[in-house]
Design a protein around this ligand. Structure first.
Ligand code: AHR
Length: 497
């Protein structure tokens, strides 16, 4: 197979918002307790946070982390998680049927986020609660002092405001599984009134309204149209959530799933722009793809979990090599839409459908999906460039006309570096990539990182890292052209300067 690609400095998509490489920590399973937080662990710091986990998160350079949920936030009382730990209540957590001890809450999470150099994307409860609790939380977090909630924060040991900039107006309010699920009308009204007062407390914040919890929801995309009619001026972003899985063990279809993500994004953009026209607005609504990942491996195991335990191993997908390939392709898709998708969160970060796993009392390690996420987060900063690609295509059960080559390029003007991210989707054949870098003049290869292997189902364990990248790729640069042979089903990061 052979594919051609043209990358030109002038074919820009957007100056990428780094928050597109965000992630998510929910009070769910072992994400917090036994994940980021495990007092008594040999690697725990003075606050009980695991330093080995902090180190693995830092290596990913995650710019923003969504918190505290997810489904959990729709039943959460933020007041339970602040103040003296000994006085915090234990609650039934109805979304995941566990017991929440509230040992970790807003202030501890803000501290942890600083340790991993990330901003917090805070979600408010619009399931069981509303305007009042949301505005109090903004006051608690962001108001400098001299009022009840800002002084309460000071009393809790935090004299400086947390200055949290990005806030989610609830979570997946379209889903019948959600605590306090709402119709689009009900949610649209509540989101607008909550947004208004949150911004009155702190006009510098940005707000994300809940879009559909997946493109397959029966109410999609009318949900978006209705809620945007209410919130178009008050909200800054609309959220998208989507998970993928190779349930039928059909890898040719699975590796094409980014086409579904692409279609979802296009439909949401079209719906936003329709409401822009309808409301005669001058503003363009941006997208926050704040839950995306592979999630299906753990579905059966989760049915056997005893209810009302503390931090059980929920949603612990063990990822394989083909999942890592798809994650690379999903990241390419987000970059291709980086003019409108300004934020995105890989869901999630530790133990729960996560790139990082831990053993309670033991080690922390990298799942297969850690690598493409790290590559794109590290080298995908700067300006996304629209490649012109001509690639042979295939038909799979779920998709037709799937290009074997999936690729995008990112230019970092200050460093003078350009990086090509590429996936060869062919299960059988290698693909020769010819990439014309016409406008870049003389270029040298910095590195060609490759994730490849024979076994699509290979997984990483604590003892053995079967899937890890090497940088002995075969890319060659000559006369402004890069040529590389991409092995069947393989992921590539070609860095040039
Ligand atoms: O990330 C896991 C769950 O997926 C989240 O709690 C919810 O928002 C989504 O359904």
């Amino acid at each position: 197979l052979q594919a051609k690609m043209i990358v030109d400095k002038d074919f820009t998509i957007a100056d990428i918002d780094n928050r597109i490489y965000g992630s998510f920590i929910e009070h769910l399973g072992r994400a917090v307790y036994g994940g980021i937080y495990e007092p008594g662990h040999p690697m725990a710091d003075e606050q009980g946070f695991r330093k080995d986990v902090i180190d693995l998160v830092r290596q990913l350079q995650v710019p923003i982390i969504r918190y505290p949920g997810g489904n959990m936030v729709s039943g959460y009382n933020w007041e339970d998680g602040v103040g003296p730990k000994g006085e915090r209540p234990r609650r039934l957590e109805l979304a995941w049927r566990t017991i929440e001890t509230n040992e970790v809450g807003t202030n501890e999470f803000v501290d942890w986020a600083k340790k991993v150099n990330a901003e917090v994307m805070m979600a408010v409860n619009l399931g069981t609660r509303g305007i009042e609790e949301a505005r109090n939380l903004v006051e608690y977090c962001n108001h400098p002092g001299g009022t009840y909630y800002s002084d309460l924060r000071k009393k809790h040991g935090y004299s400086e405001p947390h200055r949290i900039k990005t806030w989610c107006l609830g979570n997946e309010m379209d889903g019948p599984w959600q605590i306090g699920h709402k119709t689009a009308e009900e949610y649209g009204r509540l989101a607008l009134e909550t947004a208004k007062v949150m911004k009155w407390v702190d006009p510098t914040i940005e707000l994300v309204a809940c879009g559909s919890s997946s493109a397959s929801m029966p109410t999609f995309p009318q949900w978006e149209a209705t809620i945007l009619e209410h919130t178009y001026e008050a909200a800054d972003y609309i959220s998208l959530h989507q998970y993928f899985g190779n349930r039928d063990n059909d890898s040719a279809s699975y590796l094409a799933s980014a086409m579904e993500m692409d279609h979802f994004i296009r439909t949401v953009i079209a719906t936003c722009d329709y409401i822009k026209a309808k409301t005669r607005s001058k503003k363009t609504m941006q997208l926050s793809f704040d839950e995306w990942n592979v999630w299906f491996h753990s579905n059966e195991a989760d049915k056997k979990i005893e209810p009302w335990s503390i931090a059980p191993p929920q949603l612990e997908d063990v990822y394989n090599f083909e999942d890592a390939l798809l994650v690379g392709s999903l990241l390419i898709t987000l970059l291709k839409h980086s003019d409108r998708v300004r934020m995105a969160c890989m869901a999630q970060l530790v133990n729960v459908i996560a790139p990082i796993m831990t053993d309670n009392g033991g080690d922390a390690w990298k799942q297969t999906i850690y690598y493409p996420y790290m590559h794109v987060s590290l080298y995908g900063r700067g300006i996304a460039l629209q490649p012109v690609i001509s690639s042979p295509k295939y038909d799979a059960k779920a998709f037709t006309d799937v290009p074997y080559l999936d690729s995008v390029a990112v230019f970092h003007p200050e460093k003078g570096e350009v990086t090509v991210f590429a996936l060869n989707r062919s299960l059988e054949d290698s693909l020769v990539l010819d990439c014309d870098l016409r406008s870049f003049g003389h270029c040298e290869l910095l590195e060609h990182i490759v994730l490849e292997g024979d076994d699509l189902k290979a997984v990483n364990t604590q003892q053995h890292e079967a899937v890890k990248p090497h940088n002995r790729g075969n890319a060659e640069v000559r006369d402004g052209k890069v040529t590389a042979r991409l092995a069947n089903h393989s992921w590539h990061v070609i860095r040039l300067k």
